[in-house]
Every structure is written in C-alpha cells, then in structure tokens.
Ligand binder design. Structure first.
Ligand code: HEM
Length: 533
C-alpha cells in the first residue's frame, strides 16, 4: 500500500543513511535474495496467483499507486486468474488480496477466526500503546475485553442516544455558521465543518466537554492527522521486514524518531485529561467530577468509565490512553468522509438532492425549525442516500487482516502471519453484483418489502463498508446516527449551489487508511429563511 515505493523509500532515509546506501546495498541484496535462494517453502506454491509484472526488489509495488484500492481492482480485473484472490508482493512481503464477494466470504466468514488479527509494526505499537487499543490488538482475551468496554460504554444504542442533546447543540452551531455565510453570500468549507463536527462529537463522548476548552479539540485533530500520516506513509517494516530487523536502527531512525515525538505529544495530551480526572476522584475511589455529579449514568464519557473500572479490569494508564486515542482516530475521518462524499454526490445529482430535501422537509412537523432524531425514523430515502454513499465511497476501502494460523482457503494455502486485504471498495462496485455499479442511485436500497436489499451489517459480502465478523466496526450505530442527523439538517435548512467560479466537483480522492476528497468541498448555501425563526 505504498505511495510510489522507490521514491518514498529514498525520501524516508536520513542523509547519513543515504550516504551509507552504497555500502549497505550488497547486504540488502543478500537479504532480499535469501528467500529466493532458500528451498521453496511448504506452502508458498499454494498461494493465490500473482499478476505478472513484479520487479526484483520491489515486487508489484510500482503497480500500486496512491489509491491502493483502485490499483488492486485494476490488477484483479486485468488478470482474470487474479479476479477473486491474488498475491501481490509489496517490497518483500507477499499479501493476499480478495476482490470478490465470494472471496470475502471465504476469508471473513468461513475462516473468520483464522483471519481475525491485524498486522502491526513497531510504529503501530508505539502509537497504540502496545498495541493496547481495539483496532490493532491481536485477537485474544485482552482484545475481547477492550472491545466489550467500548461497545458497552461508548457505542451502545443507549450511549449513542444519551448524546442526543450534545449533537443538537453541535449541529445548531454548524447551522448558525452556515446561515451567517449564506447571509453574507459567502461559501462554506463543508469538509472542514463536518470534520470538526464529527471530531468534536467523538471527543466529547471520549473525554467530556472539557475537550473544547482552549482549542484542545484542534490538538486532538492534529494528533490524529499526524498519526494517520505515519501509519499510511512508507514504513520499511511493512515492505522489507527482514532488512528492518537487521539494519532498522540506521534506516528507520528518522521514522522512529518522528513516531516517538508524536507519541510524546499524545502522552502529554492524554495525561492531562487523566490527571485532571484523577484529581477529582471521590473519597470512595469513584471518579466523579463536579460536572459529572449531576450527570446521568448514561451520559458519562468513556474516560470516566475507564477510570471507574480501572481496578476491576486491571487497566493500565497506557491502555486507557490507547483506547481513548483509538476511538477518536477510528471515528473521526471515517464518519466525516461519508458526510463529505454524500454532499459531493448530492451536488453532482441535483435530482437526488431535491428528492432528499423534499423527504426531509415533509417529515419535520410544521413550525418546527430543526430536524430531531425522532424525525429520522420516517426518512427512508435519507437512509438510502447514506447507504449508497457507503457503497460507492466506503471511507475505509481496504479491510486489513492477518492470518494467525496456516489456513486452506479455496484450495490455496495462506500461511500464518501473512497479511490479507479484503478490497471492500471493489466489492461495492462489482458490476457482476450491482446494476450500474459506478452510478450513484440511492433507489437501489429502497425496494419496498424486498428483504434481499443489501444491508451493511457484515452479512452481505458485496457490501462491507463496516467490515464483517468479530473484527467488524463496533461504531456503526454511533456513525450512522451522527451522519443521518447532520445530513438531514443540512438538507432541511439550506439549498446548495456550486461557487460561481466552479462548474463541477473534483471527486479525486486521497488515501490515508481512510479516503476523503483531495480538494476541500466548498459550497454556497442559501437559507430557507421562511422556515427558520
Ligand atoms: C461511517 C463511519 C465508519 C466506517 C465506514 C467504519 C469502518 C470500519 C471498518 C471497515 C473497520 C474494519 C472492519 C474489519 O476489519 O472487518 C472498522 C474497524 C473499527 N472501527 Fe469503524 N468505521 C466507522 C466509524 C467508527 C466509529 C464512529 C467508531 C467508534 C467511535 C469506530 C471504531 C472502530 C474500531 C474500534 C474498529 C476496530 C475493530 C476491531 O478491530 O475489533 N468506527 N471500522
């Protein structure tokens, strides 16, 4: 999953390492050739087929461009023998890519347990405190415990409901900002507005309202951006683990130093929250801030809950930090990406936008000037628009797993420890499974009474925006509630136009583990002043 690999590799080297390169080269060559000189391993002959074009040293990396989901689909389509499963070599690492619904089902359902871990590297370990989070923690008892904690105390339907008032407050702020822009005849940066909204909401749910004080929400966003940049950038360990092991201290020094500095910033930031809460610990050992005392139990943020069960669950401080950082990072860009893409698609499809606005405006009782979460229940077209956005633009286009035991899948032997990727983006656009697969047509999700209409809860393998199986996303309810209520209000309050100088929307994507638009989405709002008091 490299940006053009050779260039990134050179960029990542320190000046000293670049000077050493001629000396290191023979060593690198021996390390790279070792697998070729060794007798073929028992299982390698049974790996899925590889597309042609692999080069010495870099394998298929030159064929994988900045949008790996799109490159993998192109490779699979060009070489029919690779259409379901293929083995691509990224640097020295063979990786199995699944590109069909049948292949996804084989990995994520039939052999679900064998593929329920994730690859992690030294950088991931540093940034995830171990790993001590949910997303990178290897499958096992500790992962189960962490997942249960966040599923119960952050992501359950009751908890999501408890943040209804905070959501409303946040959306009213956004609507107010857009209304001011509309009055001034100015454009609004939708990308920035919805990114801030999702980040603020998840930060509040994780660390409480104090997050907004002194611009700390901005610090959180910056930390997430830096973390995603490191995790999605070039890392020698991902492509040449052998070399990284032997010569890593020289070659990886710049990246390790950058990662450690970032981790120090995470530490300072998260420790400040934890210290503040600890200073509020009551005499009975229970964590209760002045704010919390009159808070409903369901309204307590994740940090509060983690501290109150710290002893019972044996949670270390690092684990608490790992879980907090993971929730904010996993929630922000994915949720924001759907809102941004939905608005972009609606602008490109004015007929869909008009139909959605009509549904939303009709569903809100006369005289009411805000779409409430109760109103959402009747909005079938809104839900279809969100689903269609998730189908055609899944914000996490690749589902990364690793096998933790040798496993025979469809006649191929995938050895323990091999990275496996399900290309969820390709599944959602497979012309064999979807009519007019490249078109944005929300109606495909609202055939009245049709129970075959695909759902995104992990059982329809042509539609996996949230993944599938025990590692599937635990944040579905949290995400869809935040997306639906914001989108409905954007449709209710405003009509939308492209800025005068622009005649279409640039849908070019950028990939940083999640996908979003490369250029920010700027639109001109027009207020529906007749409705708003
Ligand atoms: C539209 C928004 C979102 C999308 C499309 C999305 C998608 C995904 C996907 C595809 C995975 C990998 C699943 C797999 O390997 O099968 C995942 C994992 C995860 N997501 Fe989400 N996600 C979203 C929002 C959220 C939110 C709001 C949270 C939490 C507040 C969250 C927390 C997580 C966590 C913790 C994992 C790791 C689960 C594990 O490994 O056990 N996500 N998400």
């Amino acid at each position: 999953m490299a940006p053009p690999l050779a260039a990134s590799l050179l960029d990542s080297l320190s000046p000293a390492a670049r000077e050493l390169l001629p000396l290191l080269f023979p060593l690198l060559l021996i390390l790279l050739l070792l697998p070729c000189l060794a007798p073929a391993s028992r299982s390698s002959s049974k790996l899925p087929p590889s597309p042609p074009g692999a080069l010495p040293l870099i394998g298929h990396a030159h064929l994988v461009a900045a949008l790996p989901h799109s490159s993998f689909r192109r490779l699979a389509a060009r070489h029919p023998e690779c259409g379901e499963f293929m083995t691509v070599r990224l640097g020295a690492v063979p990786t199995v890519v699944a590109s069909s619904a049948r292949a996804a089902q084989a990995l994520l359902r039939t052999h679900e347990l064998a593929f329920s871990s994730r690859v992690h590297t030294a950088c991931v370990d540093v940034l995830t405190y171990g790993p001590a989070d949910v997303a990178f923690e290897p499958y096992g008892e500790r992962w189960r415990q962490s997942r249960k904690l966040v599923a119960t105390h952050l992501l359950s339907a009751t908890k999501v409901r408890a943040y209804r008032a905070a959501r409303r407050e946040e959306i009213e702020l956004v609507v107010g900002q857009i209304r001011s822009a509309a009055a001034a005849g100015a454009g609004v940066d939708i990308s920035e507005l919805v990114r801030k909204y999702t980040n603020d909401m998840v930060c509040q749910a994780v660390a409480g309202r104090a997050i907004r004080v002194e611009g700390r929400d901005r610090v959180f966003r910056d930390l997430i951006n830096q973390t995603l940049a490191i995790l999605s950038g070039f890392n020698l360990e991902n492509f040449y683990p052998g070399i990284a092991k032997v010569a890593g201290s020289v070659l990886m020094w710049p990246l390790r130093r950058k990662t450690m500095r970032l981790r120090d910033r995470w530490d300072d930031f998260l420790d400040s929250f934890i210290d503040l809460r600890m200073s509020e610990v009551g005499s009975n050992g229970a964590v209760a801030s002045a704010d919390d005392q009159d808070q409903d139990q369901d309204d307590r943020d994740l940090l509060h809950v983690l501290l109150s069960v710290q002893q019972e669950y044996g949670l270390t401080r690092d684990r608490i930090k790992g879980l907090m950082a993971n929730m904010v990072a996993a929630a922000t860009d994915s949720t924001f990406g759907v809102l941004e893409m939905a608005m972009a698609e609606l602008m490109l499809h004015p007929d869909v936008m008009a139909k959605l606005q009509a549904e939303v405006r009709k569903s809100v009782p006369h005289g009411q000037n805000f779409v409430t979460e109760e109103d959402l229940a009747g909005m079938a077209y809104l839900k279809a628009v969100v689903k269609e956005t998730l189908r055609i633009h899944p914000p996490t286009p690749l589902l990364p797993r690793v096998s933790h035991e040798d496993c025979v899948v469809d006649g191929y032997t995938i050895p323990a420890g091999m990275p496996v990727i399900v290309n969820a983006w390709a599944l959602g656009r497979d012309p064999a499974l979807w009519d007019a697969a490249e078109e944005f047509i929300p109606e495909r999700f609202i055939h009245a009474g049709d129970t075959t209409c695909p759902d995104f809860r992990g059982m329809n393998f042509q539609f996996l925006p949230f993944g599938s199986g025990r590692r599937m996303c635990p944040g579905i309810g949290f995400a869809t509630t935040h997306i639906e209520i914001m989108l409905a209000n954007l449709m209710f309050h405003f009509d939308w136009e492209l800025p005068g100088s622009v005649d279409t929307i640039d849908m070019t994507e950028i990939f940083k583990l999640t996908v979003s638009l490369k250029e920010k989405l700027v639109l001109n709002p027009r207020s529906r002043g007749d409705i708003i008091a």
